[in-house]
Write a protein that binds this ligand. Structure first.
Ligand code: SAH
Ligand code: SF4
Ligand code: F3S
Length: 452
């Protein structure tokens, strides 16, 4: 896509505004940044005020049932806005729309919605916007398959210091609980050249931290010709002058190679942090989840990482209450969490997703048991994370300052290479700089320090 494609649609909309609500992961965040970029290119302005908006977009997520419930809850509120302002254009897009029959169901239940589109045709939004105005009726267009990658879409990034750069789209793993492969399509890697150019351009605009994104970054490049490994890409990015920090997510444990671990250990700009979702500590459940590794493999991998990358921070995702999970399986998760000593964990209660194999499994777990296990897991996780944070007290760390502290205007806040949030007394001019800080206090989810 180039600016000319969009400028054909451009006309005078200086006083027209849009508002995008985004649910879900960084993939959706990035899509919203692109929608925002396209709308600004065709002359619209951003607003935070829904009463002022001429276009409202809901970018939806369906990874768990509660993500969908939030969307339904919020769609109701739009009815009143549309009644007040019949010119308002309401669009709904994102992963939830990629599910069979969902677009039709939304239109039936919320007939005031003007445009519905999916994850594969988001770049067409400006066209749909024009059409809906000309035709005066709702548009429902969802592509059920991914096409090639569309490069060159303008991106309006949320931060002017940290940027997410998608290196690959889609997922081939089909974990039995997960809907992502069905709504995001198969793995497609972006060309190395496009990725490096984007990062160079970000650096020239003052960006300091780059996070490489994909559902499983470790399989980056397998579909390219010639093939290139994720480790090679990391090295290339590390070589770009002006990049201060490099992060990446997510790493599927089954594909995390020694080569990647060695590159993280040897490249100075790659952060000492790996997000390594384990999902369960029970080999039996991991097999049912189709994760392609067992407890022993995972623990060995962790051992290897900790040996090669001293002071590395490990974070993870865990699901409790997967079909067939026994008390013994759940205990395996608790003991694994204690053994690995994660720096932080994202914990989820298993949620049935239509169309996934786990949804059909007959041994679903009772809600009460799921919640009870979830609470026990949280207690264990919190205890370990607080202990990990305590280890920082008295240490000197390097913090990339991101902004004024949320709770105290005399402080600034930023993150360590290991991803820890640090607050310390300091001025605004530190924003965007790497600052040495001595940690004086630890809380459950953040650290306090003093500039040295
Ligand atoms: N590609 C990434 C993350 C995908 S979604 C990965 O493989 O790690 C983020 C997290 O949501 C997953 O890691 C998993 O822990 C959780 N999740 C996915 N489907 C779920 C479901 N049906 N119920 C509960 N949690 C789920
Ligand atoms: Fe879902 Fe598994 Fe793919 Fe992650 S790797 S997006 S959990 S199917
Ligand atoms: Fe949700 Fe789609 Fe991400 S389902 S978690 S927004 S890929």
């Amino acid at each position: 896509m180039n600016e000319n494609t969009l400028s054909n649609i451009k006309n005078n909309k200086a006083d027209k505004h849009f508002l995008i609500y985004t649910w879900g992961c960084q993939m959706n965040e990035e899509d919203s940044e692109k929608l925002s970029g396209m709308l600004q290119t065709i002359g619209y302005n951003k607003t935070e005020d829904k009463e002022k908006a001429d276009i409202i977009i809901f970018n939806t997520c369906c990874v768990r049932e509660n993500a969908e419930l939030k969307v339904y809850g919020n769609l109701g509120m739009l009815k009143g806005l549309k009644e007040k302002n019949p010119e308002l254009v309401i669009a709904v897009c994102g992963c939830m729309m990629q599910q069979d029959g969902m677009g039709q169901a939304i239109l039936k239940r919320y007939p005031f919605v003007d445009i519905i589109f999916g994850t594969h045709n988001a770049h067409k939004f400006p066209e749909y916007l024009n059409r809906v105005k000309q035709e005066g009726r709702s548009i429902l267009e969802i592509w059920d398959k991914e096409e090639g990658i569309v490069e060159g879409i303008p991106i309006d990034r949320k931060s002017d210091m940290k940027a997410f750069v998608t290196i690959m789209y889609g997922c081939n793993n089909f974990c039995t609980y997960c809907i992502v492969p069905y709504v995001r399509g198969r793995e497609r890697s972006r060309d190395v050249k496009d990725i490096l150019e984007e990062i160079k351009s970000l650096v020239s605009k003052g960006y300091k931290e780059i996070t490489l994104l994909g559902q499983n970054v470790n399989s980056y490049g397998k579909d390219l010709n010639p093939k290139i490994s994720f480790a090679k890409l990391l090295k290339e990015v590390n070589g770009i002058e002006g990049v201060e920090r490099i992060r990446f997510m997510t790493s599927h444990p089954k594909d995390l190679t020694d080569e990647v671990i060695d590159v993280i250990a040897s490249c100075n700009k790659i952060c000492n942090h790996i997000h390594l979702p384990v999902q369960s500590g029970s080999s039996r459940i991991l097999k049912k989840m189709n994760r392609h590794y067992d407890r022993e493999y995972y623990l060995n991998l962790v051992k290897k990482i900790k040996t090669k990358i001293p002071n590395v921070a490990l974070t993870t995702d865990i699901i409790v209450g997967f079909p067939g999970e026994t008390e013994e399986d759940f205990n395996d998760t608790l003991t694994l969490v204690k053994e690995v000593e994660y720096d932080s964990c994202f914990t989820f209660i298993y949620s049935k997703r239509k169309g996934t194999p786990a949804d059909e499994m007959l041994d679903q777990i009772d809600d009460k048991i799921k919640h009870e296990r979830f609470n026990r897991l949280i207690d264990t996780v919190n205890c370990i994370c607080a202990k990990k944070n305590k280890e920082y007290v008295g240490k000197n760390v390097e913090v990339l300052v991101e902004g004024i502290s949320k709770n105290d205007e005399s402080k600034v806040s930023g993150r360590t290479t290991t991803g820890k949030l640090v607050n310390f007394i300091g001025d605004e001019y530190l924003i965007g700089h790497l600052v040495n800080v001595k940690i004086t206090k630890s809380q459950s989810f953040s650290l306090t320090g003093k500039q040295i």
